[in-house]
Design a protein around this ligand. Structure first.
Ligand code: PXG
Length: 294
């Protein structure tokens, strides 16, 4: 297999040649933003929505993107083409660039550094979708919106990484992060939903969650299927006593959450509504309207 091609600052390079200087602020401080995007059957899923989130994150961290968003969209598509990628995973990153050890990113030094990687997606097995995931409650709290707002997909994911390590340490797949009030926000790389008496609930964004693209699509699909959907705060009690619970994210799509802190949720296997939503979601990814043609 030929080497993966990476877009880096105006060039399409083999992976082994796509290198970033050690003084880049992304490396030194996690100073930058990213997007995790999926391609399905020759289309980049919800590209416009990912671009909008990317642009909003840039604005929120005072980062001037090096190119207009239309050109960045084109780079995402071209990176897929150069890798002959029809279905897969795309990582778009913009670091502050900068070029020095100081915290203040002097505007006169290196401009923001944009790169894009397109490759294979790490998928859960069919068995994992039926069995569902085990989650724990992390002892770490989700960043408060007055610190680094969780709506910013920043390169500073240490809180989420530590919670993910904590989950593995306890033999779980994911960790729930509560906010400072003890309300459920999301997991380390996925949004969370619960189902109770046929009503589908997910925490509102303002509680401290990422405005997930999959979350948004699931809310739309569920409504079209005739379910009542609600964006409401809830606690661990509600997750534990839910009829069904599931996580959503670009990589995982929709996957059941079947165990919380060692206790089964309902009968401990993926629920009917969860599996029906997954089926509809996968149908939706095949539609022309779901993304931009590569
Ligand atoms: N919450 C957080 C904190 C995330 O980082 C999601 C929810 C889901 O959002 P989307 O837009 O993908 O539906 C994410 C997604 C991974 C991985 O490997 C996922 C994310 C970031 C890094 C890695 O699963 N982000």
């Amino acid at each position: 297999m030929s080497e993966q091609i990476v877009y880096l600052e105006g060039q399409y390079l083999p992976m082994s040649e796509a290198k970033i200087p050690v003084l880049d602020h992304g490396v030194l401080y996690g100073d930058g933003i990213f997007e995790g995007i999926r391609a399905y059957d020759g289309r980049v899923f919800k590209l416009a929505q990912h671009m909008e989130r990317f642009e909003s994150a840039a604005k929120a961290i005072n980062l001037e993107l090096p190119l207009p968003i239309g050109e960045i969209s084109e780079i995402v598509l071209e990176t897929c083409r150069r890798n002959a990628l029809s279905s897969g995973y795309i990582r778009l990153v913009c670091t502050r660039g900068a070029d020095g050890l100081g915290l203040y990113p002097h505007p006169s030094t290196h401009p923001p550094r944009l790169f894009c990687i397109a490759g294979q997606v790490a998928l859960y097995s069919d068995e994992a979708y039926r069995r569902g995931l085990k989650v724990i409650t992390s002892h770490l709290r989700r960043n408060n919106a007055t610190i680094v707002n969780p709506q910013i997909k920043s390169l500073n994911y240490l809180n989420n990484i530590l919670a993910s390590i904590e989950a593995r340490r306890y033999g779980a797949d994911e960790a729930i992060l509560l906010n400072s009030e003890g309300l459920v926000t999301e997991c380390t790389g996925d949004n969370i939903f619960i189902v109770k008496r046929g009503v589908i609930c997910t925490p509102p964004i303002w509680l401290g969650t990422l405005d997930g693209i999959t979350r948004m699509v699931v809310l739309e699909i569920a409504q079209k299927m005739g379910y009542t959907v609600k964006e409401v705060p809830f606690t661990l009690f509600d997750v534990l006593n839910a009829d069904e619970a599931f996580l959503t994210g670009t990589a995982a799509e929709i996957i059941a959450l079947t165990e919380l802190d060692g206790q089964p949720i309902a009968d401990g296997v993926a629920g009917e509504i969860t599996l029906a939503l997954l089926q509809e979601f996968r149908k939706y990814t095949k539609l022309e309207e779901s993304g931009a043609k590569i």
